[in-house]
Write a protein that binds this ligand. Structure first.
Ligand code: C5P
Length: 399
């Protein structure tokens, strides 16, 4: 089940032009199954109307301390007390200052004083206002009180100035919210998970490479799921066609050797390694510096290949690291997977049919460990990732 399903969220929208982006966020969170109560500050209501948020969330939008929902039951204290999380986006300099001072002079600040749920604050304002020592000091105060803060982006602002103060995109805000909820109660909170994804690209010359059909979808879904479960996630990926999930540390790589170095660095402090990448077994012995040319007088060409290091196999001595490998095969799937589990010193191996799953939106899996096999029926990769991560959590050694 999705992390956001059934969650009660309060979304505070302040007076910044970036409020228009938050309409999309309200819709995305609602579609993910959350109950989203939007509170508009007086200034926020001047940028995006209550009717917009009401239509997107299917819930009454609250704007004043004095307007109670029709049933009159859920007052402002209850709204804060019952929330699973509160998001303030965009958070203006003024509201940040009011929060830091502990004021309760409107509905949003009152709800924030009344909640003990995790709070995510996404500042968005003019770059001069953002960098002002008063705003910066207020943000330090909020962080010290345990609020999660999202760094604003840099670039061109709506009022045509350049600088730091842009509200991140809804996708990023949702990812940060999921990470915050995961850190609060998720089964992987306090754990560092390293996930690899995509097919490595081994250069032949500056233009060509040896690659494979792996899209990276499964690895990216696993990283997002580990984040939702509260883990600190490092995603090392050679996927080029899909974006990384938000709120994970993203390390882009191309080759197996680059991936090996990135995995070694990330795993020094990791608890779990999920090696989902389709690593090329061989690479050209040397990559040509210039584009290789075909000559009319010669037929064909020969490439000399050398074996790549086995990245996860090389970490067999790390008994403290819970290691998950994948086996994508075209024949004798389970037998090959079983022998890889042993040969590579893995805690768990995930077998899947290479042709039916690589680059496809759906996947069927069989999990194999020393205790036996567990099938996961064919389903979208996002669902398979959630089921796989739940099975992994059950197998983790207690701490
Ligand atoms: O040996 P094979 O490639 O079939 O094993 C697959 C598993 O081993 C996957 O988890 C893959 O990410 C990992 N692997 C690796 N280093 C390689 C090749 C595969 O870590 N050079």
């Amino acid at each position: 089940m999705d992390l956001l399903s059934g969650k009660r969220l309060v979304l505070g929208v302040c007076g910044s032009i970036a409020a228009y982006k938050v309409a999309q966020l309200a819709r995305d969170l609602t579609l993910a199954g959350a109950q989203v109560d939007v509170i508009l500050t007086e200034a926020g209501a001047r940028f995006v109307g209550a009717a917009t948020f009401q239509a997107l969330t299917g819930r009454p939008v609250l704007t004043s301390l004095w307007d109670l929902p029709e049933d009159g039951v859920v007052g402002h204290i209850a709204l804060g007390a019952q929330a699973d999380a509160v998001v303030v986006a965009p958070a203006t300099a003024n509201t940040i200052a009011r929060l830091a001072a502990g004021l309760s002079d409107d509905l949003l600040t009152t709800v924030l004083l009344a909640t003990r749920a995790p709070v995510l604050v996404a500042p968005a304002m003019n770059p001069l206002m953002y960098s002002h020592p008063a705003t910066q000091a207020n943000l330090v105060t909020l962080r010290e009180r345990g609020y999660s803060l999202i760094e604003p982006g840099e670039g061109r602002m709506a009022e045509h100035v350049e600088g730091k103060g842009r509200l991140p995109e809804p996708f990023t805000l949702e990812g940060e919210l999921r990470a915050m909820l995961g850190r609060a109660t998720g089964p992987l909170r306090g754990r560092h998970v390293v996930v690899t994804a995509g097919g490595t690209r081994e250069p032949i010359d500056p233009v060509r490479y040896i690659g494979n059909r792996s899209s990276g979808q499964m690895g990216h879904a696993l990283a997002a799921q580990a984040r939702d479960m509260g883990a600190e996630v490092t995603l090392i990926s050679s996927a080029i066609a899909i974006p990384p999930p938000a709120a994970v540390v993203f390390v882009p790589v191309a080759t197996a050797l680059e991936m090996q170095a990135a995995v070694a660095a990330a795993c020094t402090h990791a608890d779990i390694l999920i090696m989902n990448a389709a690593v090329a077994d061989f690479r050209p012995a040397s990559a040509a510096e210039r584009k290789l040319k075909k000559h009319p007088e010669t037929q064909g060409m020969t490439l000399e290949l050398v074996t790549n290091p086995d990245i996860i196999g090389g970490l067999a001595a790390r008994r403290d690291l819970f290691k998950v490998g994948f086996a994508a095969e075209t024949d004798d799937l389970l037998a090959h997977a079983q022998s890889k589990l042993e040969r590579k010193g893995l805690d768990l191996i995930v077998a899947n049919d290479a042709v039916a799953s690589i680059g496809q939106p759906e996947i069927a899996l069989t999990l194999i460990d020393q205790h036996g096999q567990q099938p996961i029926a064919r389903c979208p990769k996002r669902e398979a990732a959630a089921l796989l991560m739940a099975a992994l959590v059950e197998r983790l050694p207690r701490r």
